[in-house]
Structures are given as C-alpha cells and as structure tokens.
Design a protein around this ligand. Structure first.
Ligand SMILES: O=C(O)COP(=O)(O)O
Ligand SMILES: [Mg+2]
Length: 233
C-alpha cells in the first residue's frame, strides 16, 4: 500500500489538488531575479535568493510589498508604492522562467495519479497569467483539469475558497480529496476546507519547518506519496 492509500483507508482519493511554487517547482531563483530587477529599477539594493525564499507564498503583491519593506512585515508600505513596484516586478518576471525547475519526484507522482484517472487540480497564489505558460514550459501542462491562480477568485490561500471551488467542479467531497502543498497557507486552507493535507519539506514556509503546522504527512519527495511500502497491503 502507498502512503496516499493509507491516508484514505486503503482506497484512492476522488481528487488531488496541488500547490505550485515550492511544491511542484522551485521557482525562487526566477522570482528573486525579478524582485532584484524591480529593486534595481527603483534604485535599491538587491534582496537576493535567500531572503526572497522567505517571502514567497502569499502571491506577487505581498512578495513585492515584503521586498519594499525588506522583511516579512509590510504594513508600512503604501498602496501607490506597491502598485508601481508590482508593475515592474510583473514585467521582469514575465521575461524568464529559465532558472525554474521541477522538483524530483513530481512527474512520477503526477503520472501515477493520471494513470489511475484521479482528477487533479492546481491552486496557487501566483498570478494566473504566469501559470499556464510556466506549466507548458516545464512540461507539466495536461495534468490539471482545474487551475486556480492568485487572481482567479477574490480570496487567496489560506482562505479555503479555491479548494471548495475545485471540489465543487470535480464533484468531490472534502473527505475524499487531498491537498498537497509546501506552506502554512496551504495547510491552513486545507484545514479550513476539511481536506487532508500532505506537505513537502523542501518548499517555502517563511523559513519555518512545515511540520509545525501539523499536516497529515510531511514528505521529502513527492514520489514517496505513491511508493508502495513492502509488507503493507
Ligand atoms: O506566488 C506565491 O507567492 C506562491 O505561490 P504558491 O501558492 O504556488 O506557493
Ligand atoms: Mg507554495
């Protein structure tokens, strides 16, 4: 039996929903390049990959606000300053996704689920204009029946709205669905929707271990979700 089946009492889920950044793809190198290009155009010092890694997870607008504030706390940044900087960031980020890579184990997991005809959804806080091109460029298009970007609905994760939106379209109940993510926002959104959550240890959780958020399971590689455990049936 696989860890996935163990989560569903030996059966398979009716729906699996995935987060994107930090779960399927290591996108921080390109996000950091776009943040630094934005900062350079504003005449400011670069933030660098390690700091940007701490700031990803709440969508591009919050990422830009954190970069302007120089830290996670961004309450002091004005809307006008954010709007101007966000336009620069969006321009820079649209230019290149060359440094973004698919994490090991992702394709194996998606192929395993697809082979069993389990419907898949993608729920990201990333602006939707970037999502389809990125999936296509990295060869992950075609897996997902429903894609929710950060601007598809009025709410973003940790609000559970996107999970309900996908479950309704898939005709799946929360108990028969799974969410797979890397950050506190993912675990909180899943919990609020009544959906079990599997978290990846390698992603972006503002520098904190994701186990602190108590997902149902923490994995170091997505292929382990669908790997058979010898001796267990
Ligand atoms: O754009 C972000 O901040 C993160 O996006 P994610 O929801 O795919 O992790
Ligand atoms: Mg993420």
């Amino acid at each position: 039996m696989t860890p996935l089946e163990r989560l569903f009492d030996g059966a398979l889920p009716a729906l699996v929903m995935f987060d994107l950044d930090g779960t399927l793809m290591d996108s921080v190198p390109d996000l950091a390049a776009a943040v630094d290009s934005m900062l350079a155009r504003l005449g400011r010092a670069p933030a660098g990959v390690e700091r940007v890694r701490l700031w990803v997870g709440n969508g591009s607008r919050v990422l830009v606000r954190r970069a302007l504030a120089g830290g996670l706390e961004h309450a002091g940044v004005s809307d006008a300053e954010t709007d101007a900087a966000l336009a620069l960031f969006m321009q820079a980020y649209a230019d290149s996704h060359d440094r973004t890579t698919v994490y090991p184990g992702v394709r194996e997991c998606l192929d395993w689920l697809a082979a069993r005809q389990i419907p898949l959804g993608l729920i990201t806080n990333k602006p939707s204009q970037f999502v389809a091109p990125l999936l296509a460029e990295k060869g992950l298009d075609g897996y997902f029946s429903w894609i929710v970007g950060g601007d598809t609905l009025p709410q973003q994760k940790p609000d559970p709205a996107a999970l309900f939106w996908v479950m309704e379209r898939a005709g799946a109940t929360p108990e028969r669905s799974l969410f797979v993510g890397d950050s506190r926002n993912d675990v909180l959104a899943a919990r609020a929707a009544g959906v079990p959550c599997v978290a990846l240890s390698y992603g972006y959780n503002h520098g904190r271990p994701i186990a602190e958020e108590r997902p149902a399971l923490v994995l170091d590689d997505l292929s382990l979700l669908v790997a058979s455990t010898p001796g267990l049936r």
